[in-house]
Design a protein around this ligand. Structure first.
Ligand code: UDP
Length: 471
């Protein structure tokens, strides 16, 4: 779709390597393609190989005129520490990426870089191409990361042992009354020095652009977005992106183009057949996303908690996500789980999560509070039990339980009795209150992506602004 005689701008989109990042940015890429932009979507090779192996992504996107995938030839660094991994990846990628942009045909007019890949923005500035950072996390977690240097400067960190975990952190504006030490990203709980290299690296990376794209919606995170606007007047809140894309395709009669599947793992669809045979809202969906690692002991606590709750469950267990006491990968799901409770539980290695959450048999979601999972649960009106693992997840789970009242927060605890009680609270004893609050938020999410909704208006504004920059 060319606009008159002016060629459509060519946008380059570059996500970070995680499943959640790839999912969200691909959905934005699709929305922009529908508006006539030419898109080049850049991936790291190990991400792209898995995407192609497990999905029909190339065929699907070939339907969009001017859409191409490219890979940047950089290997994955294997440092155990994620900020160190990211730092090495950035150093290796930057010169290669710069050359790709300079040599690109057609010429690149605009760059959307994942906020954790700050070098993408640096390259855009060096070459003189307009660019913006995309945040695949919640506004509340972005704001917490952004404010951590102030928390450290005010000597509110490090946390001094277990007894200190419920102390309030008062230096994140807008969260003074409810953000506790235990709600801070796990990796930053022990920072004591403002010049800590990990802290400096990550807070510097996410602060590069003057405007922000965030996969959230105004009605969910309005108060914190107002705080962020004091520093960033221009924010495009265009989420929940999966719902946005679905609604947009429906509005132009092309709903058959929608596919949730941008999976880096092979999806096991047999669980949908199993769900088809379960009563309405009777099943708890359990998944801890693409990068959570748990010990065998933790896995067994969840297992007994779920079995003792007497509720049915559908559980995603990636075999590589479970380690033994020495930190070695188990490589396979423990036998007890494969043998036991066939009636009540169904275990898969990877599920079609959006379809699962939308299934009428699902009544709750035990989640690691990754941002995509949280938004997908909200859009499907499913209440949550949160067991956050790292990064943004600790803040998200605090918001889910304390601010939005969409579920319960189990963070820092992994005990079969607590699991059993929370499952029963969510599915039976306090069900009414959660069903009410999730239904309300589901409606707001749906409104935000409808024709005149807040997220649609923001996307239209982003599209206009990109076009204006290229006139
Ligand atoms: N997901 C999926 N199948 C699964 C588990 C997860 O399709 O069995 C998808 C899920 O729908 C979400 C993404 O993987 O879009 C996970 O992203 P999130 O931000 O929740 O967590 P992360 O994996 O990045 O920690």
């Amino acid at each position: 779709m060319e606009q008159g005689s002016i060629p459509s701008p060519h946008i380059l989109i570059f996500p970070a390597q995680g499943q959640g990042h790839v999912n969200a940015t691909l959905k934005l890429a699709e929305l922009l393609s529908l508006d006539g932009f030419k898109i080049t979507f850049i991936n790291f090779p190990y991400v792209h190989e898995r995407l192609v192996r497990n999905t029909d992504v190339e065929a699907r996107f070939s339907k969009y005129h001017g859409f191409q995938f490219k890979t940047i030839p950089v290997c994955r660094p294997d440092d155990p520490q994620w900020t160190e991994r990211l730092r090495k990846l950035s150093v290796k990628s930057k010169p290669i990426f710069k050359r790709m942009v300079i040599e690109s045909k057609p010429t690149v007019n605009y760059i959307i870089g994942d906020a954790v890949l700050g070098f993408v923005h640096d390259v855009a500035v060096e070459i003189g191409i307009p660019a913006i950072q995309m945040h695949c996390v919640s506004a509340c977690s972005f704001w917490t990361f952004f404010s951590i240097p102030d928390v450290v400067a005010a000597h509110q960190l490090p946390i001094k042992g277990k007894e200190d975990m419920d102390r309030l952190i008062t230096k994140v504006p807008g969260m003074e009354t409810f953000l506790r030490c235990r709600d801070l990203p796990a990796g930053f709980r022990q920072v004591s020095d403002i010049s800590d290299p990990n802290l400096f690296f990550i807070t510097n990376e996410i602060r590069k652009s003057q405007a922000l794209i965030i996969n959230t919606f105004e009605e969910l995170e309005g108060p914190i977005l107002s705080q962020i606007r004091t520093r960033y007047p221009k924010i495009y809140t265009i989420g929940p992106l999966h719902e946005h894309l679905k609604t947009k395709l429906r509005s132009i009669g092309k709903q058959e183009l929608y596919s949730s599947s941008n999976s880096l793992w092979k999806v096991d669809g047999t669980c949908i057949t199993w769900l088809d045979n379960q009563p309405s809202q009777s099943v708890l969906y359990v998944s801890f996303g693409s990068s959570t690692i748990m010990t065998r002991d933790q896995l067994m606590e969840f297992w007994y908690g779920l079995v003792n709750s007497k509720k049915k469950f559908l559980w995603v267990i990636r075999p590589e996500s479970v380690i033994n006491q020495d930190g070695d990968n188990l490589g396979e799901i423990p036998e007890e789980l494969q043998e036991g409770e066939k009636e009540r539980g169904y275990v898969v290695k990877w599920a079609p999560q959006e379809e699962v959450l939308a299934h009428k048999a699902i009544g709750g979601f035990l989640t690691h509070s990754g941002w995509n999972s949280t938004l997908e649960s909200i859009a499907a009106g499913v209440p949550m039990i949160c067991w956050p693992y790292f990064g943004d997840q600790q803040v998200n789970s605090r918001y889910v339980s304390e601010i939005w009242k969409l579920g319960l927060d189990m963070k820092d605890v992994c005990d079969r009795r607590v699991v059993e009680k929370m499952v029963n609270d969510l599915m039976v004893d306090r069900r009414e209150e959660y069903v009410k609050s999730t239904a309300r938020m589901q409606e707001l999410a749906s409104k935000s992506v409808s024709e005149d909704g807040s997220s649609s208006c923001c996307l239209n504004r982003l599209i206009e602004d990109i076009r204006l920059m290229n006139k």
